[in-house]
Design a protein around this ligand. Structure first.
Ligand code: ADP
Ligand code: MG
Length: 329
């Protein structure tokens, strides 16, 4: 269930791994960086944001004294080119900037996540493919560090498409990724899974391993086409395989406020999913394709850009939404 933002921001102490959310005065360190516990000096706070609702303050979360257990989020939309991989990299990098230990799981045989982090996925002998099939490969040896402190990658490459075929005959085939991730659950605060553009067995594995699913939607015509099917799939996985799965939220991406078209599409998305859509909307900017070429997140490639600010705000919004403890059960 998605909580109302005001309740979350002023709400009770947070899940252990996010710590308590407090709203305080912005504090800048001597080198001009934000310090934890303050507010990010966002533009437009209190004024109607792109979704039409007043933009709340999403405070900078306090530092953590320990890490884990990980909160696992599947980045999912069976449509390609909607911003799944871009959001996985940049949300992950923003969470790492806030001191969270983050693992990004490349769960698309195309390996775009690895490439976007400047890592050639074909160089690895062992990838997520080998872990899924339950050989003697060790996940800790398979994970690689990225250039961003606190941000690690579990790489995949084209071998993963073979895993999808081979898994079909395995017992417990939907639980392979969940099993694979178990040994590192206490190492990370957040694990983001970059899903492939399909609702096949790999995506079902991601949803089975996840606590929540985030759905990036491109602000273009037909953005909502297919979303009903995706939501049905999420419901089925919740009923049959993973009762804790919830919708973390819908993220509008590639938004160009100058075009009536994008504004109309976003208005339709908000009308259809008033509770689920994040206040944070990611703008369309050429900086994102540039980051893919550069092989690094926007938060380091263009740290003061609107795009970097967008993903930092998304990270804080996500932490504010989930500041209240999950149901015990
Ligand atoms: P997916 O993983 O859903 O297929 P990607 O994240 O790979 O989508 O994005 C598809 C393409 O759109 C990539 O070339 C990416 O650089 C570009 N892109 C992603 N987000 C934005 C954005 N906010 N503005 C402009 N281009 C973007
Ligand atoms: Mg992708």
């Amino acid at each position: 269930m998605v909580r109302s933002d005001s309740a979350a921001v002023s709400g009770p102490p947070g899940r252990r791994y996010y710590g308590e959310v407090t709203v305080g005065e912005p504090r800048l360190s001597e080198d001009g960086r934000l310090e934890v516990g303050g507010e990010e000096p966002d533009e437009g706070v209190g004024k109607p944001g792109p979704t039409g609702r007043p933009m709340p303050v999403f405070p900078v979360p306090p530092a953590l004294s320990s890490h884990g257990p990980a909160w696992v989020v599947a980045m999912c939309n069976q449509k390609g080119g909607v911003g799944k991989t871009t959001s996985t990299i940049n949300l992950g990098a923003a969470l790492a900037e806030y001191g969270r230990r983050v693992l990004l799981v490349d769960f698309d045989p195309q390996g775009a996540l690895s490439v976007g982090l400047g890592i050639n996925p074909m160089q690895f002998e062992v990838t997520v493919h080998d872990l899924l099939l339950g050989g003697d490969a060790d996940i800790q040896d398979t994970i690689v560090e990225t250039q961003v402190e606190g941000l690690d990658l579990l790489p995949s490459n084209i071998d993963l498409s073979a895993a999808e075929v081979l898994l079909v005959t395995e017992v417990g085939r939907e639980h392979s990724l969940a099993r694979t991730l178990t040994p590192v659950m206490d190492v990370y605060d957040v694990i983001l899974i970059d899903c492939q553009p399909s609702l096949g067995l790999l995506t079902v594995n991601a949803l089975t391993a996840a606590d929540a699913v985030m759905v990036p939607l491109e602000c273009e015509y037909f953005a909502l086409r297919g979303v009903a099917l995706l939501l049905q799939t999420i419901d089925k996985v919740r009923e049959r395989l993973n009762s804790r799965l919830e919708l973390a939220g819908i993220l509008a991406t590639m938004y160009d406020a100058r075009t009536l078209h994008a504004r109309e599409v976003l208005a339709r998305v908000v009308e259809r999913f008033p509770e689920e859509v994040f206040h944070t909307v990611i703008n369309r900017t050429v900086r994102f394709p540039e980051t893919t070429v550069a092989g690094e997140p926007i938060t380091t490639y263009a740290p003061t850009s609107v795009g970097a600010a967008g993903y930092r705000r998304l990270a804080r919004e996500l932490m504010a939404r989930y500041a209240t403890p999950p149901a015990v059960g």
